[in-house]
Design a protein around this ligand. Structure first.
Ligand code: SF4
Ligand SMILES: [Zn+2]
Ligand SMILES: [Zn+2]
Length: 463
């Protein structure tokens, strides 16, 4: 099930075959189409489609190209359209200084007015911005503080740089990519797309324009959104099913349309690995960890009301050979449940599966003994969060709980070295963008001093 977060199927290029276009979208598994208004007329047509087709939702707003046509009644019409339950957002609005079809001053005034309208009505905003990065950020920053909660709206057909993406995320926006992310020369855009957290990402067509490869140059339509989604999944190293699940949850969280991810997921598939959710407890409180505030990974909600038993976990695995690996997940510390971990790992191994453990490396302190000999033959691969190059930096980033402070960093390094004796593959990992941490030093420490593989995870990408 996939979503086209930005389409214009109300427009004239679809007049001949709109019905077929919508049917093709359905046939290709498109679950929702957000059809975006550009002025009062197209916002009305959008809503008309939304009333006729269950999968179509609409927005109402005035595109920066069209603000020159705004008159004294425009905002009153917008308010009427926005009162409809299928009108989900204000927009598209924003700034386009590339084409400048409307005077710059009017664009600035009406972008601000539409943002204010959205705030008043408590609706998300669909932002169009082109060659207007500075002014776009300046206006939005007046309404959305840094670290605003997710829900401000969508930066659509994103074509900006990393700076714009990071500011948009900080202000609580989602980022949507169009077919342009599939174009041959779009390496810079793909590099940005790789850094957007799954829980803030959408795919769109912006049809009839910007058809993705392999349909580039043709009229675009919602069924082609699959190519955009596939490109985003590929460059992020996940399966299209992972992308679809995450963006469906995003649609629900932003607009309240679709399905909430149910809590209590104890086994979940990402790519071809199955992850096991043993616990949400941990002996650290890393500054980047969202396990308590937003325990969502690739569209799965890992909130546990009750920790699963070994039997429940084993039943959830079904057949471990179906997966590349079964992973004891590090969203919560698995070695806090060592007995369960060992019991399930033993079953997976005897059924011919591969086992990986993601851990913070506190297992020997937690269990008050060297647990690594006990893991021999049960765990094929372990990834330990090294997180820092000094003890001070480790404490600042990882914030160990009382009882796990005072030099635990050295114990984590010992754990890594000791692991090499019992576990065939050992990795040390860090999370990027922590100001206390020297990433180069970590790299050197992992490979040259500890003698293990080094892995980096971007601070806001989980799973
Ligand atoms: S060690 Fe892992 S689970 Fe624990 S707080 Fe840090 S990121 Fe979260
Ligand atoms: Zn646009
Ligand atoms: Zn558009």
């Amino acid at each position: 099930m996939i979503i086209d977060s930005h389409a214009h199927i109300d427009t004239e290029p679809f007049d001949e075959d709109r019905e077929e276009v919508i049917q093709r979208a359905r046939d290709q598994g498109v679950e929702y189409i957000l059809n975006v208004g550009c002025d009062i007329e197209s916002s009305r047509r959008s809503l008309d489609l939304a009333e006729r087709y269950d999968l179509v939702y609409s927005t109402a707003g005035v595109h920066p190209h069209d603000v020159k046509s705004i008159d004294e009644d425009t905002y009153a019409h917008l308010r009427v359209l926005l009162a409809h339950p299928k009108t989900l957002a204000v927009g598209e609005t924003g700034l386009d200084f590339f084409k400048n079809y409307s005077p710059k001053e009017e664009q600035l005034i009406h972008f601000r007015k539409q943002v204010e309208l959205a705030r008043e009505l408590n609706k998300p905003i669909i932002v169009h911005t082109r060659d207007a990065q500075k002014d776009t950020i300046a206006i939005l920053a007046d309404y959305f503080p840094k670290n605003a909660p997710a829900g401000s709206g969508i930066f659509h057909c994103f074509s900006g740089d990393q700076y714009l993406a990071d500011r948009a995320l900080e202000m609580g926006f989602y980022i949507s990519f169009s077919g342009s992310v599939t174009f041959k020369k779009a390496d810079d855009l793909r590099a940005v797309a790789k850094t957007i957290p799954a829980e803030r990402l959408f795919a769109e067509t912006d049809c009839p324009y910007l058809a993705p490869v392999p349909n580039r140059g043709k009229r675009n339509e919602p069924s082609f959104v699959r190519h955009v989604a596939q490109a985003l999944a590929d460059l992020r190293g996940v399966d299209i099913a992972d992308f679809e699940r995450a963006s469906a949850l995003n649609f629900f969280e932003l607009f309240g349309v679709g399905r909430q991810a149910k809590t209590g997921t104890i086994a979940y598939q990402i790519r071809n690995s199955l992850y096991l959710n043993l616990t949400q407890r941990c002996t650290a409180d890393c500054v980047f960890c969202t396990r308590l505030t937003k325990p969502v990974v690739q569209g799965y909600n890992l909130k546990l009301d009750r920790e699963p038993t070994a039997q429940e976990l084993w039943e959830a695995i079904d057949d471990p050979k179906k997966y590349d690996q079964v992973v004891f997940c590090g969203f919560g510390e698995p070695t806090l449940r060592l007995d369960t971990l060992k019991e399930v790992a033993a079953k997976i191994k005897s059924a011919g599966g591969q086992v990986r453990l993601n851990t913070n490396g506190h297992g020997n302190i937690i269990n008050k003994r060297n647990i690594l000999p006990e893991l021999k033959g049960l765990i094929d691969e372990v990834s330990v969060s090294l997180n820092a190059d000094t003890s001070e930096a480790y404490d600042a980033v990882t914030q160990p709980l009382p009882g796990f402070r005072n030099g635990i960093y050295d114990k984590v390094k010992e754990f890594i070295v000791e692991a090499k004796k019992y576990i065939p593959k050992v990795q040390a990992s860090i999370v990027t963008h922590q100001k206390e941490v020297d990433e180069e030093q970590c790299h050197d420490l992992a490979e040259n001093t500890l003698g293990v593989q080094y892995r980096m995870r971007r601070y806001n990408i989980v799973g």
